[in-house]
Design a protein around this ligand. Structure first.
Ligand code: CO
Ligand code: CO
Ligand code: CO
Length: 348
């Protein structure tokens, strides 16, 4: 079995197909619906956090999440790894421990050999093993567009849930992976990315947020999320809006792929970037010295991005050092939580 000639990223006619609804669309769909009320539902739809949390007992709550999407790389095994790492990430972002998973697959069996699916799932399984997660089942449908992902269930202590909503003035903000995978994926689709960059970015996207989460557990982290489709500023906005605090970002400290910055200059920018900016841009004040390409990267939709962590300033350097000691070398303090301007993000 060889996958040499497969271009997973070019399987769909009509390029630029949206992998997800534009931000805000789902909220409109759910608006006014009679959502469940249950005293054990600790984090539900209304909070729009990384994962749902349901209390089973005083000591244990379930963390549940699902994520699936079309390929952003051509290698099926890597795509499986990335999709699995991405789906598992939401459990880590809550401070939970993933335990079981189910495959969710849409497969174009009329146009693609079933061995490709086997290789994708094999890649996913490698990440589940690394995470200590057991695959318990799954569901597959026929579809013209390949998609793969997982629903994941994990455990968490009900008193140790890390939501997006607990920023405190003086916290430092830390991120754990570079930005720019949306632009790089666009370049891969266009055949513009060279293999060494593809390998580097694939490795980063396939890297679990597990180590980062384990390190984070030993610090007094106030809030956490993972950076995915809404981009760095989109996810940060979820933390800041209605928080009663402001955030100051030092854009020069934010790790970014240099190739992505160059492509941004050329205008190679995915539609998701514009969607993210139009949805959340009104909460962001850019200093005039912040270049356009940096602004674009800060809204770039990420696939399987890193964690965004708010931790008290006196622990921030120690946390970054501890992350680096675990091989997360790009970990960096990129900003701080400030008293004012309330509910706004200032990017310098
Ligand atoms: Co998330
Ligand atoms: Co997610
Ligand atoms: Co969280």
């Amino acid at each position: 079995m060889t996958n040499e000639n497969i271009r997973l990223t070019q399987t769909v006619k009509g390029a630029g197909c949206a992998a997800k609804l534009a931000p805000g669309e789902l909220a409109r769909a759910l608006c006014g619906l009679d959502l469940p009320v249950d005293q054990n539902l600790l984090v539900g739809l209304e909070q729009a956090d990384d994962a749902g949390v349901y209390r089973v007992s005083d000591d244990i709550a379930l963390v549940q999440t699902i994520d699936f999407f079309p390929p952003m790389v051509d290698d099926p095994y890597s795509f499986g790894q990335i999709a699995a790492a991405n789906a598992l990430s939401d459990v880590y972002a809550m401070g939970g421990t993933p335990k079981t998973a189910m495959n969710i697959v849409a497969f174009p069996s009329k146009t693609m050999d079933i061995s490709v699916l086997r290789t994708i799932i094999d890649g996913g399984l490698s990440k589940m093993r690394e995470a200590g997660v057991v695959l318990v089942g799954g569901h597959t449908v026929e579809d013209s567009e390949l998609k793969y992902g997982l629903s994941v269930t994990g455990y968490i202590h009900p008193n140790r849930i890390l939501t997006k909503k607990n920023l405190q003035t003086g916290d430092c903000l830390i991120i754990t992976k570079p930005l720019g995978t949306g632009i790089v994926s666009t370049a891969i689709k266009a055949g513009m990315a060279d293999q060494s960059l593809i390998d580097k970015v694939t490795l980063a996207m396939a890297t679990l947020n597990r180590e980062a989460a384990l390190v984070m557990e030993t610090f007094s982290v106030h809030a956490c999320t993972d950076i995915t489709g809404f981009g760095f500023l989109g996810h940060l906005a979820e933390m800041v809006v209605d928080s009663g605090h402001g955030v100051r970002i030092m854009s020069e400290l934010v790790p970014m792929y240099s190739e992505a910055l160059e492509w941004a200059d050329m205008g190679l920018i995915p539609a998701g970037t514009y969607n993210n900016r139009s949805f959340r841009g009104s909460f962001v004040d850019f200093d005039s010295k912040v270049p356009q390409r940096v602004q674009d990267l800060l809204f770039d939709p990420q696939t399987s991005g890193g964690l965004l962590i708010a931790v008290p300033a006196n622990e921030a350097v120690k946390l970054v050092d501890a992350l680096k000691a675990k091989g997360i070398e790009v970990a960096a303090i990129v900003g701080e939580v400030v008293a004012e301007p309330v509910d706004r993000i200032v990017v310098e």
